[in-house]
Structures are given as structure tokens and as C-alpha cells.
Design a protein around this ligand. Structure first.
Ligand code: 5AD
Ligand code: SF4
Length: 438
């Protein structure tokens, strides 16, 4: 048998890309590839790209430039671009960077073996279709090798919401849900391989409709799997938080008390211009209902500052909403025009104004994040340990609230779910003492 070929995948952007990269690696094992952590000795390099914000395509072109010496040293090296930039740019990528052999959009990964065979013959391969077939259904069954305690599982892709700033409905296409039986089988397989926590992924995951009762129905069914201890999901749209999903936060013990529910802005005027189809007040009332179902839930969100037309008063509304919610975690971005989206046609807010607003918002969000972490000191949490920490004898894992917790004690293994008392809060993690192991 010939030596395996080496595949280096570099992943950008969201967790859905992390999941896709795993599946792409698996798809190419049939062509004799094993994945490697270094580009230097690779036979194939795949960039799994993200198009969500600023200058995404430019970053990909400059990253490709960095691989040029490798290609010059090894003409057999094949270079591919996958993900949302591949979808958006298509053949343009090969035109601008002729050393690229393969361009594959997010809905065509099951066709990678054929595409790889084509590039091995010295041809260029391009596939940015939105095929009818379900790519995950067509991909090889996932291998049985043991794996760590956490896994991502994509259950939904694409989005029909068309927020005015967002490129996702164009790069990932219309909303599609994977059938529940496939998801449940894959979850069962993952658990047999050592997984204890699954994060369900989708661009608009709470619009999932592959199971009776939607995402809530799927969560109830997953909770029946023995050995699966924790369920999370991300990312959600406020308008798809239905009654059953809200209730699930109080009913399903395995569903973790952490919810990423982006609002983007606190100004009704801007929410309307963003085509979010809800008001700030409706978002706040929704949170009240979620907190009634699960009082200790930790809220996370996304914000955009400097959306076209955002005035100082609109921005103040965002600050007021943040102050009212009290986020445990949040991500904030300067608006960046994405070609092809409705907002890209509108007049932009000045860059220095965007910068100042971002700074102001981020300092409030960091303050809230620290406060949420500090409030954990003295409390007992359950930690799912993942890997050794930086100090000898230390293990790191996550609490129910997704805080990183490190503990120094003998005999903790990755995959243990243990009671821990939090004793200290530092900038990005909590320190704890083991109360029980298991
Ligand atoms: N500009 C800035 N931020 C954006 N996001 C999506 N599109 C844009 C854009 N054009 C942010 C939103 C979204 C997160 C994943 O990225 O906050 O929730
Ligand atoms: Fe983009 Fe999310 Fe809006 Fe869909 S709901 S268009 S993915 S921001």
C-alpha cells in the first residue's frame, strides 16, 4: 500500500466550518488522505473560508500567497478553497490565483472525492452548486475512532431571514434541516466514541424543522440517549424561540443554561432597517420568558455597531439594552458592507464613529462578562473536563455556563464530569477545587 497522502485544513470563521472541516477530512480518507497539523509537508491544502465580515476574500488571497513557496517547492501539492468565500467568489479565485486547483462551496463537500480525482489528473475543479441531495447524507459514515468529550453536530444550514447586512442567505443558501433520524444516529455514534456533550449547529438553528416539535422536539429526543450528558445549540434568531424551546430550558436537565441569542442592536429604527422583524422590547420580553423557564441561564449575544443610518441616539439604545440584559458573554463587530446585501447600497457611518462606538460597547460587555465570571466564585458547578491545562497536573473543562474552569488535582481524565467549587476568577477562566469526580 502506498503511504497516505497528507491533508492540511485551515479553518476560519464559525463552528459550522469546524464541523465541515472534520467531515471534509473524513470524506478524503477514501482517497488515501490523513490529516496533518502542518502545511509544510502536506499533499493537499484546503482553506475552509468565512465570508461574514470585512475583506474576507482579500484575506484568502493573501493567505494563498503565503502558500506559494510550498507550491513552488512541490508542484504536486494541490491547493483548494472551500467554504463561503469559495461560494461567493467561485471561478474568480482560480482566475486571480492560478495556483489554486480546487474551489468547492459549502453544499458540495460530498463531491470532494471526485473533485480530488480531477485535480490529481492536473485539471482544475470547481463546484459551487446548491445540489438537491443532502451533503451529510452522502458523506461517508463517520469513523469509529475514539474522540474527545465534546462534538459539534450540524443539524441545519442556510437561512431565510435575510437580515440586511448578512451574506449567509447568499453563501449558504436557503434554510435546510437534516432529518432527525440521521441526526440522532450520528449523535448515538458520537456518544459510542466517547462524546458526552453535543453542540447542535445551524446558521439559524432554532428554525430547525426536521423533527416533530422542531428544535425542542429534537432536544427532547437527544436527551433520551444514554451517555449523552449535555446538549447545547447555536446560533438562534429571537423570532424562532418558540414556546416549546423556551420550555425545554426548564424541562430538559441535559440542556445547558447558556443561550446565544443575538439581537444586533437595541434601536427599533435600526432593527427595522436591519430587517430583524422584532423590536428591542420584544427581545427583552422574550428574555424574561426564557429566564422564567431557567432563572440561572447565562445570556450571550452578537452586536453590530455603525450599521448604515445608526445615530448616536440609536447607539445609546444599544447600550441601554445591554445594560438591561446583563450578558455573560458577547461578540461585537463594526458593520462592514458585504457585496450583494441590501445594506451594502446604503451610506456608511464614518469609520472613526464606528471605532468609538465599538470601544464603548466592548468595554461595557467586558465589564458584564467579568461580573458574570466573578459571580461564580464560591458557587459549585459541574465541569466536563476536556484536556490538560498549562500548569502541571492541571485539567481544563467547561462549566454548565460555558466558563473555562481549571482544576489541579490527581486522577482527573478528559471526559470526566465532576462537581467543582469555584475559588477564583481570572481574566479568561475560573479556578476550581474538585468536590467529586466521575
Ligand atoms: N458586518 C458586521 N458584522 C456582521 N455580522 C454578520 N454580518 C455582518 C456584517 N456585514 C455579525 C452578526 C452576526 C455574527 C455572526 O456576525 O453580529 O450575528
Ligand atoms: Fe444572517 Fe443570522 Fe440574519 Fe440569517 S438570521 S440573515 S444568518 S444574521
Amino acid at each position: 500500500m502506498s503511504a497516505p497522502k497528507k491533508l492540511f485544513i485551515k479553518t476560519y470563521g464559525c463552528q459550522m466550518n469546524v464541523y465541515d472541516s472534520e467531515r471534509m477530512g473524513e470524506a478524503l480518507t477514501s482517497e488515501g488522505y490523513v490529516t496533518t497539523d502542518s502545511a509544510d509537508d502536506a499533499d493537499m491544502i484546503l482553506l475552509n473560508t468565512c465570508h461574514i465580515r470585512e475583506k474576507a476574500a482579500e484575506k484568502v488571497y493573501s493567505e494563498l500567497g503565503r502558500f506559494r513557496p510550498l507550491k513552488e517547492a512541490n508542484p504536486d501539492l494541490k491547493i483548494g478553497v472551500a467554504g463561503c468565500v469559495a461560494q461567493a467568489e467561485g471561478a474568480e479565485i482560480i482566475k486571480r490565483q492560478p495556483m489554486v486547483d480546487l474551489v468547492v462551496g459549502p453544499q458540495s463537500y460530498h463531491r470532494l472525492p471526485e473533485l480530488e480525482a480531477k485535480v490529481r489528473k492536473g485539471e482544475k475543479a470547481l463546484d459551487t452548486d446548491f445540489p438537491e441531495e443532502d451533503k451529510f447524507g452522502q458523506l461517508p459514515k463517520r469513523p469509529k475512532a475514539a474522540r474527545g468529550p465534546n462534538a459539534f453536530l450540524t443539524v441545519q444550514e442556510g437561512c431565510d431571514k435575510f437580515c440586511a447586512f448578512c451574506v449567509v442567505p447568499y453563501t449558504r443558501g436557503a434554510e435546510v434541516s437534516r432529518p432527525a433520524d440521521r441526526v440522532l444516529n450520528e449523535a448515538q455514534d458520537l456518544v459510542e466514541r466517547g462524546v458526552r456533550e453535543i453542540t447542535l449547529l445551524g446558521q439559524n438553528v432554532n428554525a430547525y424543522h426536521g423533527h416533530d416539535g422542531g428544535l425542542a422536539g429534537l432536544i427532547h429526543a437527544l436527551a433520551e440517549i444514554d451517555g449523552l450528558e449535555r446538549i447545547r445549540f447555536t446560533t438562534s434568531h429571537p423570532n424562532d424561540m418558540d414556546d416549546a424551546l423556551i420550555a425545554a430550558h426548564g424541562e430538559v436537565a441535559k440542556l445547558m443554561p447558556y443561550l446565544h441569542l443575538p439581537v444586533q442592536s437595541g434601536s427599533d429604527r435600526i432593527l427595522k432597517a436591519m430587517n430583524r422583524k422584532h423590536t428591542a422590547e420584544e427581545y427583552l420580553r422574550l428574555l424574561e420568558r426564557i429566564r422564567a423557564a431557567r432563572p440561572d441561564i447565562l445570556m450571550s449575544g452578537d452586536f453590530i455597531v455603525g450599521f448604515p443610518g445608526e445615530t448616536d441616539a440609536d447607539f445609546e439604545d444599544t447600550m441601554t439594552l445591554v445594560a438591561e440584559v446583563g450578558y455573560g458573554q458577547a461578540f461585537s463587530f463594526k458593520y462592514s458592507a458585504r457585496p450583494g446585501t441590501p445594506a451594502a447600497e446604503r451610506e456608511e457611518v464614518a469609520e472613526d464613529v464606528k471605532n468609538a462606538r465599538l470601544q464603548q460597547l466592548q468595554s461595557l460587555l467586558v465589564q458584564q462578562q467579568r461580573a458574570a465570571q466573578e459571580a461564580m466564585v464560591g458557587r459549585n458547578v459541574r465541569v466536563l473536563f476536556e484536556k490538560p491545562g498549562r500548569m502541571p497536573g492541571q485539567m481544563v473543562g467547561k462549566s454548565e455556563y460555558l466558563h473555562a474552569v481549571h482544576v489541579t488535582a490527581d486522577g482527573i481524565d478528559a471526559g470526566d464530569l465532576s462537581d467543582v467549587r469555584i475559588v477564583e476568577s481570572s481574566s479568561n477562566s475560573l479556578a476550581g477545587e474538585l468536590l467529586s469526580s466521575g
